[in-house]
Design a protein around this ligand. Structure first.
Ligand code: CTP
Ligand code: MG
Length: 222
């Protein structure tokens, strides 16, 4: 296959409240993790590794309804979950790997294609981004400063990588906490390439996001 995928689904969903683990939350009758995995598979990912909370393996297997995936136990932080997933990619391992959040179930396939395409064109780390719509200020104690919004971007997943580069960066910087995988490649000295993401690729974090995702799904009718 052209690329492997690691879908991280081992978080608990603290900010969402109610349902735990978050990736089992159903949207239109299907779990978030099932939607995220289906997207990766339909775009051509093989293998697809799904990183799940160790205590909920069976529920995840059921939610994935017999899909051909490798299930791996996650870690305490997302970064550890990703590395566990990367370590489970077996030979022959594709040259490219995507890392995707189960919490982003509605990513349009064209975003996936742009990310994979940019890695295949030579970028070692690729992130989908969208413009920031709010005015943003950086707060420092009692003072704050306006940031130039036209130069800000919000970062999404799936992020795409030269697999060997990403695995090396994850191992080297395992003790440096970061919130995304491209940042680890950057720490290791590799530039990060940007492609257009999509507002549909929103991350389900708060209850508000579930309402938005349900509306997007209704518009799609599937
Ligand atoms: N994730 C993971 N392992 C962790 C933490 C997070 O695999 N230890 C995954 C989540 O399952 C999610 C993605 O990383 O798909 C993005 O994380 P986030 O949106 O923060 O999800 P949660 O950590 O579950 O939510 P919260 O932070 O509100 O608890
Ligand atoms: Mg989290």
């Amino acid at each position: 296959a052209r690329f492997a995928a690691v879908v991280v689904a081992a978080g608990s969903g603290t900010r969402l409240g109610a349902v735990a683990p978050k990736a089992l939350l159903e949207l239109g009758g299907r779990a978030l993790v099932d939607r995220a995995v289906a997207l990766m598979a339909e775009c051509g990912a093989d293998p697809v590794v799904v990183v799940v909370p160790a205590a909920h393996r069976e529920e995840f297997a059921a939610a994935l309804r017999g899909r051909a995936v490798t299930l791996v136990d996650g870690g305490a932080e997302r970064q550890q979950s990703v590395l566990a997933g990367l370590d489970a990619i077996t030979d022959p391992a594709p040259p490219v790997v995507l890392v995707h959040d189960a919490a982003r179930p509605l990513v349009p396939p064209d975003v996936v294609e742009r990310v994979v395409g940019a890695v295949e064109a030579g970028a070692r780390a690729v992130i989908p981004v969208v413009p920031v719509t709010d005015t943003v200020r950086r707060v420092d104690g009692d003072t704050s400063e306006l940031l130039d919004r036209s130069r800000l971007r919000a970062v999404q997943t799936p992020q795409g990588f030269d697999r060997v580069t990403l695995v090396g960066a994850h191992r080297r910087y395992a003790a440096t906490p970061v919130t995304d995988d491209a940042t680890l490649c950057e720490l290791a000295g590799h530039p990060v390439a940007l492609v257009d993401g999509s507002t549909d690729a929103l991350k389900i974090t708060h209850p508000f996001d579930v309402l938005v995702a349900e509306a997007l799904l209704a518009r799609r009718a599937n």
